[in-house]
Design a protein. Structure first.
Length: 252
């Protein structure tokens, strides 16, 4: 991935991006691949041919992050791994489910928080052997709901808030194992999950009004931050959450 004044070289690196078939995950996976990495992505469908997009440049593994045995199986296949991006998931309210229902709330916690811990733990031995400058990296995808309460998505928001705590405790425990753990907190960013929100000025107008940079996010905005945090340029950064939001979180 290259910008006017910045480029990344991940030649020879092994990267796992969960939920890498669309949205933010697809942008992150593509950015690592363009930077030379060998990238494995996961998705819920049986194989890469079941998607409309061309996934031929990736190793594909089927994964439902609500299924612990599937998480364990994917983690066990990572014999060499430098970077894990825990991205898979969605706000269940976007599918019409009520996250105030205790069963749906529990699903949201399992999907976004418990699964991230389980995958990171399962991949930790492989990550600890990374020869990257700065060591192995775990990157979580947090959100504005990690900082603000949004009544429509109590389960999603609680899980994304919990991800901040998970990031810190893993960073403290795993620094001695040569693993850094950080997260990116995405502002309102274009994806399949947010497509309806992007088309609804009731959501976009107040968000834009509060955003100093005057625009909403694109997937490449998040991908660039992820690649930075796992790079040698961030080798002394761990346990941190980087908001990528155009200034939304600091606007009064």
């Amino acid at each position: 991935m290259a910008f006017q004044n910045l480029s990344f070289d991940y030649s020879g690196a092994n990267v796992l991006v969960t939920g890498g078939t669309s949205g933010l995950g697809a942008a992150i996976a593509a950015a690592y691949r363009e930077a030379g990495a060998d990238v494995t992505i996961t998705g819920t469908r049986a194989g890469p041919g079941d998607y409309d997009s061309d996934l031929g440049g990736y190793r594909y593994l089927q994964l439902d992050v609500e299924q612990g045995d599937q998480i364990d199986a994917v983690a066990a296949q990572q014999q060499r791994l430098d970077i894990l991006v825990n991205n898979a998931g969605l706000a269940l309210a976007s599918t019409g489910l009520d996250e105030w229902d205790p069963a749906v709330f529990d699903r949201a916690l399992s999907m976004h928080l418990s699964s991230a811990f389980r995958m990171a733990r399962g991949c930790s031995d492989a990550l600890s052997q990374s020869q990257l400058n700065g060591g192995g990296s775990v990157i979580g995808i947090a959100s504005m709901t990690s900082f603000f309460g949004i009544g429509l998505i109590p389960g999603y928001g609680t899980a994304k808030t919990g991800l901040l705590g998970l990031t810190r405790v893993l960073a403290v425990e795993w620094a001695k194992r040569n693993i850094r753990v950080n997260a990116v907190a995405a502002g309102l960013t274009r994806s399949r999950m947010t497509a309806g929100t992007f088309d609804d000025p009731r959501w976009t107008a107040p968000t834009l009004e509060r955003t100093p940079m005057g625009r909403l996010g694109e997937p490449d905005d998040i991908a660039a931050a992820v690649l930075f945090l796992s790079s040698g340029a961030a080798s002394w950064i761990t346990g941190q959450v980087l908001p990528v939001d155009g200034g939304f979180t600091v606007s009064g």
